[in-house]
Design a protein around this ligand. Structure first.
Ligand code: PLP
Length: 359
């Protein structure tokens, strides 16, 4: 195949869900985060698989992402976590999509609507300083909701900026604040179904945080910011050699001539570049795999092509497979480390033109 493709092993999401369930217990609902095209894995296929595994709640970032899933006749509860316009809020109400109220003006807006069955989650900002109502706005919000029969508060949640640190005074302060908000909410609106706070690393690091719903994203896809052998990656990024050439001492490779051969060597060209999501930061730093042999990336990663060192490979041929990441030797985390970023950035960055192949 003369292009890059991402092989997605759907069986591994089942293993990852089983692991998350074993951590949180069966009384806790999983709100599976499938935003950003399911972290690059394909939101429709991933959502379909999750629903087949009896996951009843999915979360996306935008109205478009919610509609993409809904239009494929996949019908879990879908919660939009991110920013939303008032027009989109009206469409959500009519289409049965859950949305997040993260600013008190939105609450006044839905309170003014002449519509019924307005189901939503309330997001409270307890320290991220991103989306969410101020804790001091909670009382006023609960009063508005409790006095309008059309407003059905389905859930209340907050988000943690450093749940990857198991021992964080900041997180503990957020938890205490959110616990007081839960008590206040339950006292005024006992019908609220869900309270949630935990993303993947919070599930692993703060077992008291499960409440009755958790919001894993990264762990579903078998990835983790810290070492975790209990989850299994779904995505393997692969391509194949499209050109082989021999160069001699002093020859340069790729744009800017940042690699100069010190001796005679055999190099290969692979059809993947930064427009596919291969970070340009891997230029002269990254490695790919030919079988079990690690091959260095030579020179700058181009938009559509990258050049690799084949000197350690015996008799390479055009068409031979190259693994960019997804096995024990070149993991997403390793690529992220070299690129000075996080695994989220790597998988979300795999672009549309990389074909997803499901197994
Ligand atoms: C509000 C919210 N909840 C949950 C998640 C899932 O986080 P993770 O992928 O770390 O599990 C995200 C991801 O960015 C998020 O923004």
């Amino acid at each position: 195949m003369s292009f890059a493709f991402a092989e997605i092993n759907l069986a591994n999401i089942e293993r990852n869900i089983a692991y998350i369930k074993s951590k949180v217990g069966t009384h806790v609902e999983i709100l599976a985060v499938v935003k950003a095209n399911a972290y690059g894995h394909g939101s429709v296929e991933i959502s379909r698989k999750l629903v087949s595994l009896n996951i009843r709640n999915l979360a996306v970032a935008t109205y478009e992402e919610a509609m993409e899933i809904k239009s494929e006749n996949i019908h879990p509860n879908i919660l939009i976590l991110g920013s939303i316009t008032n027009e989109e809020i009206i469409s959500c109400i009519k289409k049965g999509l859950l949305f997040t109220v993260y600013d008190i003006s939105q609450l006044y807006f839905i309170d003014s609507l002449n519509l019924e069955n307005i189901n939503f989650h309330l997001k409270i900002d307890t320290g991220m300083n991103r989306l969410g109502l101020e804790p001091k706005e909670v009382s006023e919000s609960l009063k508005i909701i409790s006095t309008n029969e059309s407003l059905e508060l389905h859930g209340v949640y907050t988000h943690l900026p450093e749940s990857n640190l198991a021992d964080s005074a900041f997180t503990n302060k957020q938890i205490a604040l959110f616990e007081s908000i839960i008590l206040e909410t339950k006292a005024i609106i006992p019908s609220v179904r869900f309270f949630h706070i935990a993303n993947s690393s919070a599930i692993f690091n703060f077992s008291q945080l499960e409440l009755n719903m958790v919001r894993p994203g990264l762990a579903l896809y078998g990835l983790s910011t810290e070492k975790n052998d209990q989850v299994f990656p779904l995505m393997k990024l692969k391509t194949s050699i499209v050109k082989i050439r021999n160069i001699i001492e002093g020859d340069s490779v790729s744009y800017g001539r940042t690699f100069i051969a010190k001796n005679e060597m055999q190099i290969g060209v692979i059809p993947i570049g930064y427009a596919d999501g291969l970070p340009r930061a891997l230029s002269n730093k990254g490695r790919v795999l030919y079988g079990e042999t690690e091959c260095e990336i030579l020179g700058r990663v181009c938009m559509d092509l990258t050049i690799i060192d084949l000197s350690k490979v015996t008799n390479p041929q055009i068409g031979d497979e190259i693994v960019i990441f997804g096995n024990h030797k070149v993991s997403v985390n390793k690529i992220a480390d070299i690129s000075e970023t996080i695994p989220y950035d790597i998988v979300c960055g795999i672009s549309k033109r990389v074909k997803r192949v499901y197994k």
